[in-house]
Design a protein around this ligand. Structure first.
Ligand code: GMT
Length: 376
């Protein structure tokens, strides 16, 4: 198949899922065309059958806001016509679903077909999409999609609850490439970061308010009171300076390290003992799954799709949003005993295997085939 993919190219989960899916499809022999405004972060190496088309937005003094959607639509039409795309898969509804709809209509006017699938990822529904400045367009574009998928049951229900959707939404969970995300031997890193064999706690996110990174620090302070530990914070974003301030004021400040945006997150995860994800809302929690694949148990909230990823008492524990004491109690339970920790690590990996990309990829391929044949 010849597949076009629209996504955000940044560190966000939806862009990561789109890129990993595209690479895996290309490995199976499909031609995959990414169309976005910069090189997707996970598209770091040459992959046969993967093509990247950059969207450039022509500026003009009249524009207070440069019309990215128009430029993206034009690029999609151009690529679809020239490459003879069979289908377009858009990740994150805003603005990609309405862009794909517009492109489909333009192609139709030229006597060509361009069906599209919309995958909902979370904030396009739960935070941004339901805002009245976007919701009419999001609703329309979802309903016009040839197929709609969501990354968890929870997100599917939220979509039906918040929008007037007259289409079936298929749940296709996010996935993990276990060839990349697995526990690697990085003992020298561990010795450098935790010279006295302290426990290593980790968090990775885009440091947006919804991630509640301050709670990670609060939970860590409580853990560090009981168990010698270090905290590694991976990522960057709008909340980082607040969190840094909070760290400086915390009792365990000297044990907290900000690593910023690093590409090889799996190498850091490989040396860690516990992942903390205290999000306000999380439609799936891909970062938690990446940790579990590297044998890192997860302390998370029980919001959104997290219960579909983190199994209570098995791959880790879940607590109510903001319940620092409960999160710290559960963390200490996992960390205080070597045997318990080993057991949770093993179980985290076992559960992560259920999301192996090799299981999920054929589901997407079958959906593409179905949509293409319905549109012939
Ligand atoms: O979490 C973010 O802020 C990024 C966002 C995105 O769209 O890039 O992530 C969403 O999609 C991920 C991939 O499907 C999910 O794992 C995240 O749970 C989801 N984020 C939220 O729902 C807050």
């Amino acid at each position: 198949m010849k597949i076009g993919i629209l996504c955000y190219p940044t560190f966000g989960g939806s862009g990561v899922v789109a890129t990993e899916l595209g690479k895996a499809l290309a490995e199976k022999g499909h031609s995959v065309h990414f169309i976005t405004y910069s090189q997707p972060v996970r598209l770091e190496h040459f992959v046969e059958n993967v093509f990247y088309h950059e969207v450039s937005v022509a500026d003009y003094p009249l524009f207070e806001y440069a019309p990215y959607e128009t430029a993206l639509t034009s690029k999609l039409v151009d690529v679809a016509s020239f490459e003879k795309l069979d289908i377009v898969h858009v990740h994150y509804a805003i603005p990609h679903a309405s862009v794909a709809y517009m492109a489909k209509k333009i192609m139709e006017s030229q006597g060509q077909r361009l069906p599209f699938i919309t995958t909902l990822h979370g904030t396009d529904i739960t935070l941004v999409g339901k805002n009245e400045s976007y919701s009419p367009v999001v609703t329309f574009a979802i309903n016009q999609s040839d197929a709609v998928t969501s990354v968890s049951d929870s997100l599917r229900s939220e979509t039906y609850a918040n929008f007037k959707i007259n289409k079936e939404i298929d749940v296709i969970p996010n996935f993990i490439d276990l060839r990349r995300f697995n526990k690697q031997r990085r003992d020298h890193f561990r010795r450098a970061i935790a010279p006295n064999n302290e426990r290593l706690i980790v968090h990775a996110s885009n440091f947006r308010p919804v991630k509640r990174v301050g709670d990670v620090v609060r939970v860590f302070n409580k853990i560090a009171e009981k168990i010698p530990s270090k905290l590694l914070l991976i990522g960057d974003g709008p909340e980082r300076s607040h969190v840094e301030k909070e760290c400086r004021e915390s009792s365990a400040c000297e044990h907290i390290r900000f690593l910023g945006k690093i590409d090889v997150v799996e190498e850091i995860l490989s040396i860690c003992d516990l992942f903390v994800l205290p999000s306000e809302t999380e439609s799936f929690g891909l970062a938690a799954l990446e940790a579990m694949a590297c044998q890192v148990p997860v302390i998370s909230t029980n919001t959104g799709g997290l219960p579909e990823v983190n199994l209570q008492g098995y791959s880790g524990y879940m607590s109510n949003v903001g319940d620092i004491d409960d999160m710290a109690r559960n963390a200490i339970h996992i960390l205080e005993n070597d045997q318990t920790l080993m057991q949770f690590k093993k179980q985290a990996l076992e559960h992560a295997r259920k999301f192996d990309i090799q299981r999920v990829l054929p589901i997407y391929e079958a959906l593409y085939q179905k949509v293409i044949s319905e549109n012939q």
